[in-house]
Design a protein around this ligand. Structure first.
Ligand code: GRF
Length: 205
């Protein structure tokens, strides 16, 4: 069974959706640790209530994409037995770019959720980007993390219709509901070894 680490920066609703599914024994992983780069992130309390260990690795003053910060993460992950061989790392609203060193170290072991149908609207404020662009459909994507921003192989996606009167807030809310559906599903597929990656393509075994 793989050891799961979830990295958060704030609210932690995707983390909660994953942990609740794990607790129902629907994902065969051991929830080893939740790490936040922000002290006092709301998700930390939720994780604690669910009986999962939490650690804060404060990133204040440390530039995104720097190995200086990420090597601290690696130490905490290793202390909690989340290694490249047996670990799975879920980024769930973790608001930092990872360094190439970190991504190479955990190659194929890091998953992220993005609130748009990639490759459309990568980066920040995807829901706002979708509304401003005028798309009729948006949604969310669970993908493996590679060295680009939101560019890794896609595991699952879910579509949400954009309404004429949608605001960034209303669209984000409907997309989030779908995020909570597909993120646990994707983690389960990976944990059960049910997918394989061939180039950019992720296919069911
Ligand atoms: C989600 O919309 C996720 O797609 C994005 O950041 C947000 C995190 O929300 N990467 P939460 O902390 O999981 O509630």
């Amino acid at each position: 069974m793989k050891n799961l680490a979830i990295l958060i920066s704030g609210r932690g609703s995707n983390m909660e959706a994953i942990l609740r599914t794990v607790k129902k024994k629907k994902i065969p992983v051991h929830p080893a640790v939740v790490i936040s780069n922000k002290p006092g992130a709301a998700g930390l309390k939720i994780a604690q209530k669910l009986g999962v260990k939490t650690v804060t690795v404060d990133s204040s003053g440390l530039k995104g994409g720097s190995w200086e910060y990420d090597k601290k993460l690696v130490s905490v992950l290793e202390e909690n037995n989340v290694a490249p061989k047996n670990g799975l790392i879920c980024l769930a609203g973790f608001m930092r770019i990872m360094s190439p060193e970190f991504i190479r170290h955990y190659k194929g072991r890091i998953i992220n959720i993005h609130p748009a149908i990639l490759p459309a609207f990568p980066g920040l404020h995807s829901q706002r980007q979708a509304i401003e662009y005028g798309v009729k459909y948006s949604g969310c994507t669970v993908h493996f993390v590679d060295e680009g921003v939101d560019t890794g192989p896609i595991i699952l996606q879910s579509i949400v219709k954009v309404k004429d009167d949608d605001t960034e807030e209303s669209l984000s809310k409907r997309i989030l509901k779908q995020e909570h559906e597909i993120y646990p599903k994707a983690v389960r597929l990976v944990a059960e070894g049910k997918i394989k990656t061939s180039g950019r393509k992720v296919v069911l075994r």
